[in-house]
Every structure is written in structure tokens, then in C-alpha cells.
Design a protein. Structure first.
Length: 200
């Protein structure tokens, strides 16, 4: 089992403070982060990170979660500026970090009165905060859930007669992408009381 625990400092999202304009933020994010060790041959492709220097494995999970949604969720985002989820993910900025927010499996900073939110901060419970296969798969599902909140901020967790809720869509995507094991492992953590379900 890998013990490569990578915690992100609690202030690592300070670059997303309201005092920083979106334009400035974009400029910062456009800068590639290069591996500068002199004894390591520099690779031609610059290494870039999501907001807040998201650990590499969390970035992998974020990409996997986004691809699962693009492949298995055909509904358009609530934000009418985007014709599909692929465009939504391409044009928005997402940061992921490990942080215990009220013991919830995951959390996202939805800004209720902002119709077209440009950036999102997603927190993952620290019980899932180290790089291991099972954790990666559970984190990916937690990210699918939180990304669905971003795509459909008007929706509740439970389905209504008119449309599917976030939980149902999350389960559909996980099953289509063969992530049943991650759903079961998460359910076990909920049942044991180690983490709580998303509170948004
Ligand atoms: Zn939720």
C-alpha cells in the first residue's frame, strides 16, 4: 500500500479569493509549472496543475471523473452558455484538495447567485486522502458527484417527477463506467459512520 499522503494546505485556495479577478487567475493558471531539478532531464511537455497545485493523483481522478460524465451523461449543463459537459469542463477551472468539511465525503463551493460560476473548489474527505487504488476509485466517484452539482446547481440529491437527482445520476454513471466497487466501498464508509453523505 502506498503511504504517499499528500495534504494540501488549508490556504492553498487563496488564489481563488474574491479579490483576485478572473482574468488574473487565468494568467496565473496559464503558466506551466516546470520540473526544475537540474539533474533531471527536462521533458518537452510542460507539467501543469489544477488550481492550488492539486496533487497529481487527484488531478488524475478529476480527469477520469470528467471523462466519465462526458461519456455517460448526455444532459446539457444548467449554464446555458455551454452546449455540453465537455465544453463546460474545458472552460471552467476546478481545484481539488483533501480537507474534512463537516465529515462529508465531498464538498463544492457553489455560489448560489452567480449564474455562470467560472471556478470551483472541491474538497475530498481526508479518510480518502492518500494514493491507493481503492481510494482513487472512490475519490473519482465523489468527484463525479461534486461535478454534477456544478453542472446542475439547481438539482437536489433526490429525483423528482420531472428529472433525475444528483444521487441517481451519480449511480447511473458509476454503473455504466464499471465503478460498482467504488459505490459499494463508499456505501460501507457511510454505513460505518466514518464519513457522511454530501450535505449540499
Ligand atoms: Zn451532493
Amino acid at each position: 500500500m502506498l503511504q504517499n499522503v499528500e495534504y494540501v494546505k488549508s490556504d492553498s485556495f487563496s488564489s481563488l479569493d474574491a479579490s483576485v479577478s478572473y482574468g488574473e487567475l487565468e494568467k496565473t493558471l496559464d503558466k506551466p509549472v516546470m520540473q526544475m531539478e537540474s539533474n533531471v532531464e527536462r521533458v518537452g511537455v510542460p507539467v501543469t496543475y489544477a488550481v492550488g497545485d492539486t496533487p497529481y493523483w487527484l488531478s488524475d481522478c478529476l480527469k477520469d471523473a470528467q471523462n466519465m460524465i462526458i461519456e455517460h451523461h448526455q444532459e446539457k449543463p444548467d449554464d446555458k452558455n455551454f452546449i455540453d459537459c465537455a465544453k463546460f469542463f474545458a472552460d471552467k477551472i476546478f481545484g481539488v484538495k483533501i480537507q474534512n468539511n463537516g465529515n462529508a465525503s465531498g464538498d463544492i463551493n457553489l455560489i448560489g447567485d452567480l449564474p455562470s460560476q467560472p471556478s470551483y473548489k472541491i474538497c475530498i474527505h481526508d479518510v480518502l486522502g492518500y494514493d491507493a487504488r481503492d481510494n482513487r476509485r472512490m475519490v473519482t466517484i465523489v468527484l463525479v458527484h461534486q461535478l454534477l452539482h456544478a453542472i446542475h446547481p439547481s438539482r437536489a440529491h433526490d429525483s423528482t417527477s420531472m428529472r433525475n437527482g444528483i444521487n441517481r445520476i451519480e449511480h447511473e454513471i458509476a454503473n455504466k463506467a464499471s465503478y460498482h466497487d467504488a459505490l459499494l466501498n463508499l456505501e460501507s464508509l457511510y454505513q460505518s459512520g466514518k464519513i457522511n453523505r454530501c450535505q449540499i
